[in-house]
Design a protein. Structure first.
Ligand SMILES: Nc1ncnc2c1ncn2[C@@H]1O[C@H](COP(=O)(O)OP(=O)(O)OP(=O)(O)O)[C@@H](O)[C@H]1O
Ligand SMILES: Nc1ncnc2c1ncn2[C@@H]1O[C@H](COP(=O)(O)OP(=O)(O)OP(=O)(O)O)[C@@H](O)[C@H]1O
Ligand SMILES: [Mg+2]
Ligand SMILES: [Mg+2]
Lengths: 514, 353, 317, 349
């Protein structure tokens, strides 16, 4: 079989001593879609960063198109037709899409940057690969799905023949994922080669020709996708069998722990992004809110949790009116919150695990028996939670930043769940988290629910909302457009139609989703 | 062995071959174009003319370092330690009695001889107010003169570095001298608030000139040099201070030099050479303070080619007359030293434009 | 008093505002360029000082004001390279490196001044050159405008042009696009093959060039010699002006002019019977007040926007 | 891990040596007595008790401003204003020292307290402007230095000036207010204990109190702190206020311990030095006194060198700048460090 890229014996040790890659052999055939999978922290991103010249390996060789290639910087990679779409987007928020796409290859007229050509080049490219975007929009104003497209366009603009996509679907809706896959297949048919990283094995099965599995910095194996089942792959990844589907226990919901009444929110730009949303969450139930990102879910969650003040409406959490109150008041009412972006809101990266675990209770009597913080109590709490929530770390005193994404998420979950909340607002709780950790977080979520907490679950991962929720609502354009009292009676496709605004239910105003 | 060649007892011991060891402590830095530079010049002259072995030590602008430096230097092998300014008096009053074998000269201030046994300290004071009196008189004559750049307003300027006693001592003399010549005189007074910001000094001087002054006196260290640039730019006159500022620019910028009528100097250099010489001769009046003024030529206006060119006989004879009266005691010039703010304000307000 | 008011509403006051503003503007623009590239430049003060010094010395020895200016700019650049080498290559904390650079310039210039001029304070013994004053032909004849805008030192005009050039460079050229991208998200720039270090070095060099001009204006325009520490905090004021101006070229120019006016005002206010200390504090106090007022207004504007739509909702309810 | 610590020490030593070498080369070029000059620089501070005392005395104010700056830095706030806070604290303490009649033990405490309050006030302004309206604390704290310098000068000049003095100085402080110098011939004074207390206080505050925890989390990640229920508005304000208190007390200590009457005509520069100290100590309160001693050692050695040899004070400023640059160069010898890390990681795998 032909080989386009061959990485041999790749070794990578980060300056902090983490061994991220250990003698990894990885090869890709021309024209294939090759999936790379593994648990959080397995070293996938690192391997790809080496390929793209963002990191330098301590050992190993790279052969590309039959010739040895030393990739000293992304510049070299780009010049050789290697493109990469990063797990954490690498875009400049204040610039327009067109500017982001042409950055580094700017068209010129005289001395000036040729804005018109930049726009038309972006348009052409978008049309050619069927990735429609609005070139003049600023990146900071566009939804995540669109950003994903911009990233791909960026790579294609540079003539990428080998395209690396690091977890591109983590933030997409099923429809968007379908669109993306269509685009990828088109690329493949045009002769591009694609490396595809994902934690969603279903997608891997759907799109890839072959799969390489990594665990703890080592290569575990390569198989043809067609001959392996999801279960096989996940066993290779984790080293044990994983329960891929949760059985949520039946529930008899109690009193309302959250009542949202006619909440509205107007952004700085003057645009109304939440348009009079009302619903209720009862003790012991999971209410799922599905929706494409950027339809007001983020603002809604931030209003419910005290990060934003609503422009109008009321929020009653655990019987207390917390409308317009700050996070502290909301927390005191008994609300836990798993935020969408763990690195921005969920943790202080440079703080230790312990420090992050006490963030919501640092001033409690238990931790401050006298005047000072009791280091002993803090450390006991840390040890207890690290154990209980299976946070993989050398010590609770390790800075959170050193953990892999999945483990960082567990830190957040540990803090929020251990506070015995009456209501949990969980926004994308397992985004970018590997199968093992996802299983764990789901289990914990349902446990809390069974103990009587109400859960509001917001997720772009349909599989997740559908399997965990008792009731389901769909948000589109700042409104709730559909409510399903029994989540088990809906199909993915139907949900997708509501999410994209194609369909819409007639709901009585004020009593939506109640 | 080190103790063997300990310098001989000071005071004109003829058989001592070892030259007199002198230290000059600068509580600031050199390059002030003012009395530190002048003191330094005096030491240079003493090296040449009197054969002393001297070291100049810059202590910088941090007052907390001054006392320990003085203490340190007092323990080293110097015979005569020279220092200046009022800020050093308290330290000297503390340290001098601990080193009776060392001799000290302090200039531009006097120690309080009642506070301790200071029989090894000689103090030199200058009547800068007397010199400034003459500068004020000259300024008043210039503004009323027919000189090409003089206007018909009776306004003169004063650019001070800061609103502090040493500077105000110049001001008080200056105002008094100006009033003596022209009772109608107005004096625009500005303080820059900084001794090392010549651009700001220039800006303030420009403001004074634009508000009617046609001559100004700068007493502001480097900041004051900005006034000279302002004078050149607007074709007005200036009076320098502490070093002969016309001569500073004689070669590098004659146009500017031509506008500097004179400079008011404190001749620290002369007074130090004199003190060292007296010491070598064993005649220095240690344990006492001396005030040097116009009569000792320790303060006064510079007489150079530009002064000659810009002033006429009448002006010069008037100045000579005033000088004689001050020396004879017929005119008593007020001093800002020890003056309170109320009195000072009264003086400033009496000539406010 | 009336003479003072007359002076303040005169053309010469406006003229002096431009002159006072010039060195601040150079520093502020220099600070802006490096700040937008993600390197905060605390060393502007030192860069200016080096420029002021080199301009005087070289013009004195070559008898050419132009070569002096070139040297001023070159030494600003040299300081920028030192700052860049330590902060970008050796990863010295950028703020610390800036402070060290200022120390370095402060000590180094006096040391060299002593070597060349045998003076530790001012360079008056060197016959250094000044840059010419420029009379602008037609403008010159127009009342009011002529006396305000014509007849300035050439660097005053260079500063005005520099403001436009900096704007153009930052917002209209590919290099400016890259520079802003690097400042906002270095990873993004890196991922498209732009060398972050090279862009940041370039930004520092531009910063050095502008500071060099600013220094030259002080010692070869404003006054005609070098004096120790003669920048007297202007580099910091420039940095403040850039921050006050919201990190945009237009804002930076406005903030610099604002500071220039406040400073010029304080020079004229001395004839009031107010203790000089208070008058000297005027420019700084005004800056704090302006900063507070502006920030407060921004906060209010945001609050007002968010409230706007409450009204329709209230009506509906 | 251990080897990494060894490496840090070695790296710093090599950097210092290199800076010294550079300094020596320059000294060699400009001095007729380079050997002697350099020796006096290195060993000068240890050649007499008084000189050693100078080192300690110099480290005291640096400790205060270093602590002050690091407190703000820990909250991710800039504080260029320590300068003005220090200055105004000293001014306020001067006034108390001159005017208030109080017994010997109470007087200094009172003066320190008032100095702290004055510093707090100067720190409060940028804090509250930032917290309420997001106004850049870099601009406001810098500008306030210049403002409060003038306010202080006005107070002394117009209300507490010693009119009998031949310079702009305040009336002498009452002896009851002095922090006694207890180790003659040095001028080491009781202020050193205040400094030690300040170090312990800031350490406990930052690492052992709930307010310090809130402050650090705000500094590490402001949105996170907000989300966790920390009142970040008040944290930002109090970080600047406490920073001001520490700097203000520092100014007061310096005034009561060393000066005994106010005599500054310019800002003394401890604020900027405090930034150097804070960065050298990586904002760790326990490292601050060491960093302050290091800087004080450089300065004292330099003074002695300038005083006893023909090397000028300016040259020394240059050498200091080079040392600070090299010693804090993170990437200096980084390649070597990486090889050590790689070797260790490979062994442990
Ligand atoms: N810049 C870095 N410095 C230090 N350690 C790092 C760095 N980047 C990654 N690591 C560590 O290297 C290991 C491999 O990380 P990598 O990002 O390659 O994992 P991954 O397989 O992409 O994980 P995920 O699925 O969570 O994205 C992890 O332990 C991680 O903590
Ligand atoms: N300079 C660094 N030092 C230490 N750890 C780092 C550094 N840079 C990144 N890391 C950590 O390495 C880990 C891997 O980083 P990466 O960006 O590849 O993905 P990740 O956060 O693990 O991904 P995911 O979002 O899929 O969980 C992260 O936990 C990150 O915080
Ligand atoms: Mg990854
Ligand atoms: Mg006249």
């Amino acid at each position: 079989m032909d080989v386009l890229l061959e990485m041999k014996g790749i070794e990578k040790i980060y300056p902090n001593g983490v061994v991220a890659n250990q003698g990894v052999d990885f090869s890709v055939a021309p024209g294939e879609i090759h999936a790379l999978v593994g648990e959080n922290g397995a070293g996938k991103t690192t391997l790809m960063k080496i390929l793209f010249g963002l990191e330098q390996p301590e050992g190993g060789t790279i052969t590309y198109k039959g010739k040895p290639l030393h990739i000293a910087s992304p510049h070299v990679a780009i010049a050789n037709g290697i493109g990469m779409v990063h797990q954490h987007f690498m875009l400049v928020p204040s610039l327009s899409i067109a500017e982001n796409v042409v950055l580094g290859l700017e068209p010129k007229r005289g001395l000036s940057f040729d804005w018109k050509t930049a726009v038309s080049q972006t348009e052409e490219l978008a049309a050619r690969y069927n990735l429609p975007v609005n070139p003049t929009a600023r990146v900071q104003d566009i939804p995540v799905g669109m950003r994903q497209k911009v990233e791909i366009l960026k790579a294609l603009m540079r003539g990428a023949e080998l395209l690396v996509l690091d977890e591109p679907t983590a933030v997409l809706t099923p429809q968007e994922t379908t669109e993306l896959f269509a685009a990828l297949k088109k690329l493949k048919s045009q002769g591009h080669t694609i490396i595809f990283i994902s934690h969603k094995l279903r997608e891997v099965k759907e799109i890839s020709d072959r799969v390489t599995v990594m665990r703890a910095g080592r290569l575990i194996g390569v198989t043809d996708t067609a001959t392996a089942t999801e279960r096989d792959i996940s066993r290779m990844m984790v080293g044990r069998d994983v329960v891929l589907h949760v059985d949520k226990p039946p529930t008899t919901p109690g009193d309302a722990v959250l009542r949202v009444e006619g909440v509205r929110y107007v952004a700085d730009t003057g645009k109304e992004v939440v348009k009079g949303v009302s619903f209720e969450v009862r003790a012991g139930e999971v209410l799922g809110i599905a929706g494409v990102e950027g339809n007001g879910q983020r603002e809604l969650v931030e209003i419910l949790t005290g990060l934003r003040k609503p422009s109008a409406g009321r929020v009653i959490a655990a019987g207390k009116n917390v409308t317009g109150k700050d996070c502290r008041a909301v927390r005191q009412a008994g609300v836990g919150h798993i935020p969408e972006d763990r690195m921005t809101h969920g943790v202080a990266g440079l703080g230790t695990i312990e420090e992050n675990l006490i963030a919501d209770r640092y001033d409690s009597k238990a931790l401050n028996p006298r005047f000072l913080l009791s280091l002993k109590s803090v450390s006991e709490l840390g040890k207890k939670l690290v154990k209980e929530f299976d946070i993989r770390t050398q010590s609770p005193k390790t800075p959170v930043k050193m953990l892999s994404g999945g483990n960082i998420q567990k830190v957040v979950v540990a803090r929020e769940f251990s506070a015995n909340p009456k209501l949990i607002v969980a926004n994308q709780p397992t985004r970018g988290v590997d199968v093992g950790a996802t299983e764990f977080i789901h289990k914990k979520l349902l446990e809390n629910c069974a103990e009587g907490a109400g859960v509001l679950l917001i997720s772009a991962d349909l599989n997740e909302v559908m399997s965990l929720s008792h009731r389901l609502a769909v948000m589109y354009g700042g409104e709730i457009v559909a409510v399903f009292p029994n989540a088990d009676e809906v199909t993915e496709e139907e949900l997708g139609l509501y999410m994209l605004g194609v369909k819409r239910m007639k709901l009585a105003a004020g009593s939506e989703a109640s | 062995s080190k103790t063997a060649d300990k310098p001989a007892a000071p005071g004109g011991d003829q058989n001592a071959k070892a030259p007199l060891k002198v230290a000059l402590l600068i509580n600031g830095t050199l390059g002030d174009k003012s009395f530190f530079d002048s003191a330094n010049a005096g030491i240079e002259r003493a090296k040449k003319e009197l054969g002393v072995d001297a070291k100049v030590i810059e202590m910088g602008n941090d007052p907390s370092k001054w006392e320990p430096t003085l203490a340190d230097v007092s323990e080293e092998k110097y015979d005569l330690i020279i220092l200046g300014t009022w800020q050093m008096t308290e330290a000297l009053q503390k340290i001098a009695p601990q080193h009776p074998d060392k001799k000290y000269v302090i200039f531009d201030t006097a120690v309080d001889y009642t506070k301790a046994n200071l029989s090894n300290v000689y103090s030199i004071e200058y009547s800068q107010n007397e010199g400034s009196y003459l500068a004020g008189a000259l300024a008043a004559m210039v503004t009323n003169s027919k000189l090409p750049n003089a206007n018909d307003k009776h306004t003169i300027g004063f650019l001070g570095g800061m609103d502090i006693p040493v500077i105000n001592d110049f001001l008080v003399g200056y105002i008094a001298g100006a009033k003596a010549v022209d009772p109608q005189i107005k004096v625009a007074v500005s303080y820059v608030g900084d001794f090392a910001n010549p651009a700001k000094g220039k800006e303030m001087a420009l403001a004074q000139y634009q508000q009617g002054a046609d001559i100004g006196f700068n007493v502001a260290g480097e900041t004051g040099l900005g006034q000279l640039d302002a004078a050149k730019e607007l074709k007005k006159y200036a009076i320098g201070v502490d070093s002969d500022q016309a001569m500073l620019f004689k070669d590098s910028d004659p146009e500017k030099a031509n506008l500097i009528v004179t400079s008011m100097l404190k001749r620290v250099d002369n007074s130090l050479v004199r003190a060292i010489k007296l010491y070598q001769e064993g005649k220095l009046t240690l344990g006492k303070a001396e005030t040097l003024g116009l009569k000792d030529d320790a303060v006064g206006l510079t007489n150079n080619e530009f002064y000659q060119k810009l002033t006429d006989d009448a002006m010069r004879s008037k100045l000579d007359d005033l000088k004689a009266k001050i020396i004879s005691g017929e005119i008593k010039v007020d001093s800002a030293m020890g003056m309170d703010n109320a009195k000072l304000n009264e003086i400033r307000n009496s000539v406010k434009p | 008093m009336s003479e003072m008011l007359q002076a303040i509403f005169s053309t010469s006051f406006a003229y002096s505002v431009l002159r006072v503003t010039t060195p601040l503007l150079f520093a502020a623009l220099g600070g802006l360029v490096s700040d937008l590239a993600g390197v905060i430049n605390i060393g502007l003060e030192g860069m200016m000082l080096a420029g002021a010094f080199a301009g005087v010395v070289v013009s004195a020895f070559t008898h050419s004001a132009f070569l002096g200016l070139v040297a001023a700019v070159a030494s600003g650049v040299l300081m920028a390279l030192i700052l860049g080498y330590f902060s970008l290559k050796l990863k010295t904390d950028i703020i610390l490196a800036g402070i060290a650079l200022n120390l370095f310039a402060s000590g180094g210039t006096v040391f060299l001044l002593y070597l060349v001029a045998h003076d530790k304070g001012v360079s008056t013994s060197l016959a250094s050159k000044v840059l010419p004053q420029v009379t602008i032909p037609i403008l010159d004849k127009i009342p009011v405008l002529g006396p305000i805008f014509s007849g300035h030192n050439v660097l005053v005009y260079v500063a005005m042009i520099a403001a436009v050039v900096v704007w153009y460079y930052l917002y209209r050229t590919p290099a400016g696009l890259r520079l802003r991208a690097v400042g906002e998200n270095p990873n993004a720039a890196d991922s498209v093959g732009i060398s972050v270090h090279r862009v940041q070095f370039t930004a520092l060099i531009i910063s050095g060039i502008l500071s060099g001009f600013g220094g030259a204006h002080l010692s070869m325009g404003y006054v005609s010699w070098f004096a120790r520490d003669m920048t007297a905090g202007r580099g910091f004021i420039g940095l403040a002006a850039e921050a006050l101006g919201g990190r945009t070229p237009v804002g930076t120019v406005l903030a610099s002019v604002f500071f220039g006016i406040a400073d010029a005002l304080s020079n004229y206010l001395q004839s009031l019977s107010i203790p000089s200390e208070f008058i000297q504090a005027v420019p700084y106090a005004l800056t704090v007040i302006a900063l507070a007022v502006y920030a407060r207004q921004q906060t209010r504007k945001r609050a007002r926007l968010a409230k706007l739509s409450q009204n329709p909702e209230k009506k509906a309810a | 891990m251990k080897k990494e610590h060894v490496f840090e020490v070695v790296r710093s030593l090599v950097a210092i040596l290199l800076a010294m070498l550079l300094g020596f080369i320059v000294t060699y070029l400009v001095s007729k007595q380079p050997g002697e000059a350099f020796q006096s620089f290195l060993t000068g501070p240890f050649t007499s008790p008084r000189r050693f005392g100078n080192l300690i005395e110099a480290a005291i104010p640096l400790t205060f401003t270093g602590l002050a700056v690091s407190m703000a830095f820990q909250a991710a706030q800039f504080n260029i204003g320590a300068e003005g806070q220090f200055f105004f604290g000293a001014t306020a303490a001067t006034i108390v020292g001159i005017t208030v009649p109080a017994p010997g033990w109470l007087h200094p405490i009172l003066a320190l307290a008032v100095g702290g309050v004055a510093g707090a006030f100067v720190g409060w302004i940028p804090g509250v402007l930032k917290a309420r309206w997001g106004a850049s604390e870099l601009v406001s704290s810098l500008m306030l230095n210049y403002v409060f310098f003038r306010v202080g000068m006005y107070l002394i000049n117009y209300h507490y000036r010693d009119t009998t003095a031949g310079a702009m100085v305040s009336l002498p402080l009452k002896e009851t207010s002095w922090l006694t110098q207890f180790l003659p011939p040095t001028r080491i004074h009781y202020g050193i204990f205040v400094a030690i207390l300040a170090v312990i206080f800031t350490y406990l505050f930052l690492y052992r109190s709930r307010w310090g925890y809130a402050l650090r989390m705000t500094g590490l990640n402001l949105p996170f702190a907000n989300y966790s229920g920390i009142n970040t508005t008040s944290v930002i304000t109090y970080s600047q206020v406490i920073s001001g208190v520490v700097a203000g007390i520092g100014g007061a200590v310096e005034m009561l311990g060393i000066y005994h009457r106010f005599q500054w005509l310019a800002l003394p520069g401890y604020g900027f030095d405090g930034i150097i100290v804070a960065i050298l100590a990586r904002n760790n309160p326990l490292g601050i006194p060491l960093a302050a001693l290091f800087l004080a050692y450089l300065r004292t050695g330099a003074d002695i060198m300038a005083r006893t040899t023909d090397v000028s004070a300016e040259m020394i400023t240059v050498i200091q700048a080079v040392m600070i640059l090299l010693v804090t160069a993170q990437a200096f010898l980084a390649g070597w460090k990486h090889r050590i890390v790689v070797k260790e990681a490979k062994q442990s795998v």
